[in-house]
Design a protein around this ligand. Structure first.
Ligand SMILES: Cc1cc2nc3c(=O)[nH]c(=O)nc-3n(C[C@H](O)[C@H](O)[C@H](O)COP(=O)(O)O)c2cc1C
Length: 199
């Protein structure tokens, strides 16, 4: 497993969003990555068309999925973002996450020991909060450590993003910065993976 060293920057990988133009979930992920980059991290985003992968079939990995898996294998922190669809995460994001099954027998099992930021958007609090909870369950099942701060954004409450896609709601900007800081501080502390027969 690779870890950030003085010669290798901390790498944050984000997966999520929707294929909708100006996906609010993607904009929220970009805000977290921007904040992480300001702290010196290298960032990689898989969103929009990157998520249009064939329905996951165990053992079958095309070039797009391989790129995502390679990035996650080199990550020091992961961020997963989903819109709330019918109260929970979208099929598009779940399918992309299902591909992480290919990392079960990899150099580290899934994302063992990595901090995982979870970001949910919806058109109401109920789906936003429930989707955030589901993302935290996913992070746990992938052996990751959800950051203490998760982001549940209610797009119906107030304008969150401006015309340029930047965050205009101060509490959301602050949340993105706190999440980035938690990803980097936990990731740098380096929770060491523990060998276990339980997958
Ligand atoms: C198929 C579908 C189902 C949705 N279901 C819900 C829902 O159950 N509750 C809710 O608050 N919003 C729901 N929404 C609204 C989206 O969660 C919300 O607009 C979200 O911010 C869209 O994310 P995006 O901009 O990244 O595409 C739904 C939207 C779609 C397209």
């Amino acid at each position: 497993m690779t870890r950030a060293t003085p010669s290798r920057p901390f790498h944050v990988v984000a997966i999520g969003g929707s294929i909708r133009a100006r996906s609010s979930t993607e904009l929220a992920l970009r805000a977290v990555l921007r904040a992480a980059a300001e702290c010196g991290a290298e960032t990689t985003l898989f969103s929009g068309p990157d998520l249009v992968l064939p329905p996951y079939e165990p053992g079958v990995v095309d070039d797009s999925a391989r790129r995502m898996l390679d990035a996650v294998e080199s990550a020091d922190a992961l961020v997963i973002g989903s819109p709330g669809y019918h109260g929970t995460i979208s099929g598009l994001v779940k399918n992309a996450v299902d591909y992480l099954e290919e990392l079960r027998l990899g150099q580290r099992c899934y994302v063992d020991g990595l901090p995982v930021g979870c970001v949910a958007t919806a058109y109401g609090w109920q789906a936003a909060v429930n989707t955030l909870g589901t993302l935290r369950v996913l992070a746990h099942s992938l052996r990751g450590w959800p950051t203490p701060l998760g982001m549940a954004l209610n797009m119906a409450a107030a304008p969150v993003f401006g015309e340029d896609g930047g965050v205009v709601e101060p509490s959301v900007a602050a949340s993105a910065e706190i999440m980035a800081s938690q990803l980097l501080s936990f990731g740098r502390a380096g929770a060491e993976p523990v060998a276990s027969p339980v997958a």
